[in-house]
Design a protein around this ligand. Structure first.
Ligand SMILES: [Zn+2]
Length: 410
């Protein structure tokens, strides 16, 4: 018990420095499509972890529109390593931050600002946890090889980041810990043990254009065909399987006096299990082929082409993640912190790596309204914030859990 008290004192003593680190990160706009800002945040992050003994590697993204990924490494004496995952980017363009006067703002138990919760608060948590391990268990800190991976473009599709992490994992990698925000249910703090997979898709209908006045019979109306198709796609949703389809955008035709020759819809589908995911994918692709809308003149039929645009595979509930979760549950019991688990709908980098090393998510502290920047006068809308009082206790729980995890691997 004495150790927990000492840890608590140390963590509390570091909170002013932690908030200052977070404040400076939040002050750097790092919208995914602002690569200069992302790279600036990346350099600042590297400088902030350097005193802990980390060296930086800036790795270009495969997409030149994005900033560089950041890999921070601290070589330990042993071959055992831990991977800690965060990201650099946010969803807020600089103009949006200005328009909504969305900046660092401390108000009672909340700190508002772009990325406070998603995920600069997670990076600050990572820093505090490592500082506390260094102070509290210096031998362990020096023994383990710490590998920190920060994605430049998590908020958009960036599978190359998963490949980068996997390249650095080896037999000694005990776990990958993702610092996205925790969930909350009453007074329970929820770690994330599974996430839905998501695919985006496009359906293109090619019909045959015709003059709507003189050659109407020759036309095969792509818009009408797509109209037939959309309810079929929507009906692929199966709540019992936790499989959902969303038709997101629809575009058809160009002018009013032509039978439209092309119509396009795009959307996504999501599922928790690989089985449901594959089922959904197969059902969508099975729509390929000739449609029922035909030219009355010669029977020329509309052609339906479905394609998958991007895929982030599901991270299903699995034994290895559950094993890592147990350390956090025990740590919660010892530090008087009610811990539970959740399966979450949204994606994280956990989806890209869970099958390579045991992965747990939700190490970040609690906040709310991520991806929101608006505030209304009546208080019904408030932007993204992180909770102040929950931060230090979460850090202490993370430290105790990580030390247990490493101890168990000895
Ligand atoms: Zn995030």
């Amino acid at each position: 018990m004495h150790d927990v008290v000492r840890l608590n004192q140390f963590v509390e003593s570091q909170m002013p420095a932690t908030w200052e680190f977070l404040r400076q990160m939040v002050g750097i706009n790092s919208w995914t499509l602002n690569p200069a800002g992302v790279d600036r945040l990346s350099r600042f992050t590297a400088e902030s972890f350097a005193p802990l003994g980390f060296t930086a590697d800036f790795v270009p993204s495969v997409n030149p529109a994005f900033g560089k990924h950041l890999v921070l490494t601290r070589r330990g004496k042993s071959s055992r390593s831990l991977a800690l995952i965060s990201h650099l980017d946010t969803v807020f363009p600089p103009e949006e931050e200005e328009r909504n006067i969305f900046h660092w703002l401390v108000e009672g138990d909340r700190i508002f600002g772009p990325g406070t919760q998603d995920i600069k608060g997670g990076t600050a948590m990572m820093w505090l946890v490592l500082k506390a391990i260094q102070a509290h268990a210096p031998e362990v800190f020096a023994d383990v090889t710490w590998k920190l991976f920060l994605n430049s473009s998590e908020e958009v599709y960036s599978p190359d980041f998963g490949a980068l992490c996997r390249k650095h994992f080896d037999k000694g990698t005990l776990a990958a810990l993702v610092f996205e925000t925790e969930g909350r249910l009453g007074n329970e703090h929820l770690m994330v043990v599974a996430r839905k997979g998501r695919a985006t898709w496009r359906v293109t209908v090619n019909g045959r254009g015709a003059h709507a006045g003189g050659k109407h019979l020759q036309g095969a109306n792509a818009a009408v065909q797509l109209g037939h198709l959309l309810p079929r796609i929507a009906a692929l949703t199966d709540y019992k399987r936790d499989l959902t389809f969303n038709v997101g955008t629809v575009n058809a035709g160009t002018v009013l006096n032509r039978v439209p020759h092309e119509a396009v819809a795009e959307g996504e589908f999501r599922a928790f299990t690989p089985e449901a995911y594959q089922h959904g994918k197969a059902a969508l692709l099975a729509l390929n082929g000739p449609g029922e809308v035909k030219s009355p003149l010669d029977g020329y039929s509309c052609q339906i082409t479905t394609e998958i645009l991007t895929e982030s595979p599901p991270w299903p509930r699995n034994a290895e993640t559950d094993r890592i979760y147990q350390f956090f549950e025990q740590a919660g019991r010892e530090t008087g912190y009610a811990v539970n688990l959740q399966e979450r709908g949204g994606l994280s980098d956990g989806n890209l790596i869970w099958d390579a090393v045991p992965t747990l998510d939700g190490l970040g502290s609690w906040g709310d309204n991520d991806h929101c920047s608006e505030r209304s006068a009546d208080g019904s809308k408030v932007p993204e914030y992180i909770e102040v009082s929950g931060f230090a206790p979460k850090a202490e729980k993370n430290v105790v859990a990580i030390l247990k995890l490493i101890e168990a691997a000895r």
